[in-house]
Design a protein around this ligand. Structure first.
Ligand code: SF4
Ligand code: SF4
Length: 215
């Protein structure tokens, strides 16, 4: 769909990150609808959280990280301190190459940031109880999820992809946050941190696959 020589996707990608939240939500919704024929038989239910502790990577884009950061600011002071401590611990454990439970998983198996959870969580479902082999899914749904990841990365073309807690650490840096929020892009400025933490540049990468690493 071209308008004045630029596609709708190009025009959206050129916007400042804050203005892209509704486009991000639209991609989530479109994916949910596209996979509905497959997920309608899923056995997922609130409190079922094997996938939050044993399967998949807690990957996200910078744009998703920014949405989650904003959600964190809405928790009360005590909750924020607790969550920030859990995020910090998750990052340290991941940096040490250890398995680590998602910092947003509550004691009752529910997600504290469910409404803004990243796409890596949204794409998961299972037709059978999850065991060590992970969720039972349709191949077509996995292919659709890969397409959605690329669409999200294209939308966030001045951002990065990688583990959520590393992206949140990047967003803690005021200089990075101001540059990114203003639509700026300076890969050299985060090169050392990015390489050490396996971050990829959205405008230069292909679809990233899930793997069986723990969150
Ligand atoms: S993917 Fe598996 S562990 Fe996660 S909610 Fe669904 S059934 Fe439960
Ligand atoms: S962000 Fe929420 S849905 Fe995703 S792994 Fe963590 S607790 Fe589970």
């Amino acid at each position: 769909m071209k308008a004045g020589g630029r596609s709708e996707a190009d025009a959206l990608a050129a916007q400042r990150p804050e203005k892209k939240f509704s486009a991000l939500a639209a991609i989530y919704r479109a994916h949910e609808q596209a996979v509905q024929p497959f997920t309608q038989d899923a056995i997922c239910r609130p409190g079922c959280s094997f996938c939050c502790t044993h399967y998949g990577r807690l990957d996200a884009t910078t744009l998703e990280g920014l949405a989650i950061r904003r959600r964190l600011a809405l928790f009360n002071g005590r909750q924020q301190v607790r969550l920030r401590d859990r995020i910090r611990r998750n990052r340290i454990e991941k940096e040490a190459g250890k398995a680590s439970v998602c910092p947003f998983l509550d004691n009752d198996g529910r997600c504290r940031i469910y409404e803004v959870r990243p796409f890596s969580c949204r794409q998961l479902y299972s037709l059978k109880p999850c065991r060590d082999s992970g969720p039972t899914v349709h191949r077509q749904a996995v292919a659709l999820a890969r397409q959605a990841v690329r669409t999200i990365q294209r939308l966030d073309d001045t951002g990065y992809s990688g583990h959520l807690t590393f992206l949140l650490a990047l967003l803690e840096d005021r200089r990075f946050r101001c540059l990114y929020s203003g639509g700026g892009f300076d890969p050299a400025g985060i090169e050392v941190f990015g390489k050490a933490h396996g971050l990829t540049i959205n405008c230069r990468v292909g679809a990233s696959d899930n793997n069986a690493e723990t969150r």
